[in-house]
Write a protein that binds this ligand. Structure first.
Ligand code: 13P
Length: 340
């Protein structure tokens, strides 16, 4: 375990005015995204699309790290340089999704636990050789009638902690992502309560497993009204509730918190981050680690057409720029005027 390497990786990822691009969609998720734009999801098309994103001119001004999928870290940019080396050459830290996906949790109907611990030590060693310097593991917590159960919260916290310990041992910075899902008709109050329980269980387990919180980044879901809730909370309320829960649960020693977008609209994800980052006196820097909220306009513009690559890169560059401003509390809706 190399503490200074872990600390350097965390500091680089949390560079002021930059955030992360989550481009680690599993093949199944990529299939869904490509189907929606009428593009066949082949390895070659997925490579071409990731190439479009990563080769966007000047994207390193706003993006400090990119999370890759196993297939992608083994692919190369146009010209033949492996993607991990290509990104590192731009000063962007390559990362890797290492979880095996959320599977049904036995005897707990409607709940999931994330798999992927078996053989993880060996896979991390392999990913380190391929250039990965940070990793991601996503747990999903569903809100519903009588769920989440304590069983689900503890099972996911345990898996996240064992993953984080293995990463630190391998000098790969762990990003822990316990995502409370947006799906459902629950209120924002209920989301706040569940997010607090989730984070408490997670940090308890991290301590139990000897994980150093100085060398972990939290990828958090925001506290939001359920997608089908009758009342949708406004930007200020989301920001206040989210920061309140984080302050209660996340140690000040942690180097940073990044957010997932989780199905929010692109503009909501930016506005929410901006409102939180504008708050004074937070113990950790906040930024983004978005997949959909960074990529949606680029995907829509591209639709698999080579002649649209440049326009799609401009769309991606714009969202990265807007979120970079939001991570400093410097975004304003007028900056979006005239943009798709
Ligand atoms: P979204 O921003 O689309 O929620 O994706 C982030 C992510 O990495 C999910 O694991």
């Amino acid at each position: 375990m190399n503490h200074s390497m872990l600390a350097n990786t965390a500091a680089t990822l949390m560079t002021t005015g930059k955030g992360l691009l989550a481009a680690d969609e599993s093949s199944a998720t990529a299939d869904r995204r490509f189907k929606a734009i009428g593009v066949e999801s082949t390895a070659a098309n997925r490579r071409a699309y990731r190439n479009l994103l990563f080769t966007t001119p000047n994207i390193e001004r706003f993006i400090s790290g990119v999370i890759l999928f196993d297939e992608t870290i083994r692919q190369a940019a146009d010209g033949g340089v492996p993607f991990a080396d290509y990104l590192a050459g731009k000063g962007i830290v390559p990362g890797i999704k290492v979880d095996g996906g959320a599977k049904d949790l036995a005897l707990c109907p409607g709940e999931k636990v994330t798999e992927g611990l078996d053989g993880l030590r060996e896979r991390l060693a392999d990913y380190f050789k391929l250039g990965a310097r940070f990793a991601k593991w996503r747990a999903v917590i569903t809100i519903g009638r009588n769920i989440p159960t304590r069983t689900c919260l503890e099972a996911n916290a345990h898996a996240l902690s064992r993953y984080a310990a293995l990463c630190q041992e391998a000098s790969i910075l762990p990003i822990i992502e316990p995502e409370v899902l947006l799906d459902g008709d629950h209120t924002i109050e209920r989301c706040e309560e569940v997010t607090e329980m989730t984070l408490r269980a997670t940090y308890r387990a991290l301590a139990m497993h000897r994980v150093s919180v100085e060398h972990v980044i939290l990828k958090a879901s925001m506290v939001l009204s359920g997608k089908d809730c009758a009342r949708t909370a406004g930007v200020e309320e989301v920001a206040e509730r989210t920061v309140r829960v984080l302050k209660r649960t996340v140690p000040a020693a942690q180097p940073g918190v990044v957010f997932l977008s989780g199905g929010q609209s692109d503009l909501d994800a930016t506005a929410h981050l901006n409102a939180m980052a504008a708050m004074k006196g937070l113990p950790w820097p906040l930024s983004f680690s978005y997949s959909r909220a960074l990529q949606n306009p680029a995907l829509e513009t591209w639709k698999g057409r080579a002649e649209q690559v440049r326009s799609a890169q401009i769309a991606f560059h714009h969202r990265a720029h807007m979120n970079a401003l939001a991570s400093m509390g410097k975004w304003h809706p007028e900056l979006e005027v005239g943009r798709g």
